[in-house]
Design a protein around this ligand. Sequence first.
Ligand SMILES: [Zn+2]
Length: 306
Amino acid sequence: MTSAPMTSAPTSSAAHRLMLVHAHPDDETLITGGTIAAARDAGIEVLVVTCTLGEEGEIIGDEIAGLAAQHADQLGGYRYWELQRALSALEAPESRGRVRGVLLGGAGRWRDSGMAGTDGSRNPRAFINAPLVDTASELAALIQDFRPHVLTTYDPNGTYGHPDHIRVHEVTHRAVELAAGAPSGWNVPRLFWSVIGHGAFEEQAARLTGVPEGWLHDPASGLGLFPDEKITTRIDVRAQRDRKAAALRCHATQIMIDLPNRAFALSNRVAQPIMDEEHFVLARAAGHPVPDERVAHDLFAGLGTT
Ligand SMILES: [Zn+2]
């Protein structure tokens, strides 16, 4: 549980740009959906980079189970459609802009690696098997083109340990260096890790009531793994929760959602709360003084807009 006060959406100007790097379709919503929606509410340009199509994901429900990698192997294209719908759902209805989404290297360039030791991890196109210089160069090009003021990736453990998430961390850090060192490059002012605080997650999970039959209510399990004391920035996303819930619902192959109780579950059926806040760790601040305490609640506080 945080003792710090929570604020509303970031108060930044329209010229700020936010880039988020994610491994699979659904991670953008699960980990940062509220932050994306809050950024759009503040007029911030948002670009979501997704590194794979999530081809190795388990599929919830029987109707389209045959799309799975070991059967028709058509899940990736379907999840791309889910991703597009989710990004639209995060947008404010009255907004004239939109959350932009791109796939690293173009659709189908890199494949979901699955869990360690699986057939998917040995696929030559698996994201973890790609030369780091290739994927980092592709991301660096996107950074130089979009010129984000704030860039988010995962912590060294990949937020929740998936090999592709760990690789996203490595690729993003290398890409930031490449973009900064390139002629007419872009030195990203702030790089954050998107994380889920263990204590905050467990506390909110414990408050869940009315967990649907067949789901597990185990607050000690779930996506919240990061030590709370290392979190530098907490974004209040309560005002964006309905849109985050709508976006979670778009990822129906991966996520079950129980809207009256604002809970969701992945294929393991562990009930998880839609968090009141989303958590970040400031990993790198380039060319700017150490951010003041406002950064605790606003990824962009004190940043210029050039
Ligand atoms: Zn993922």
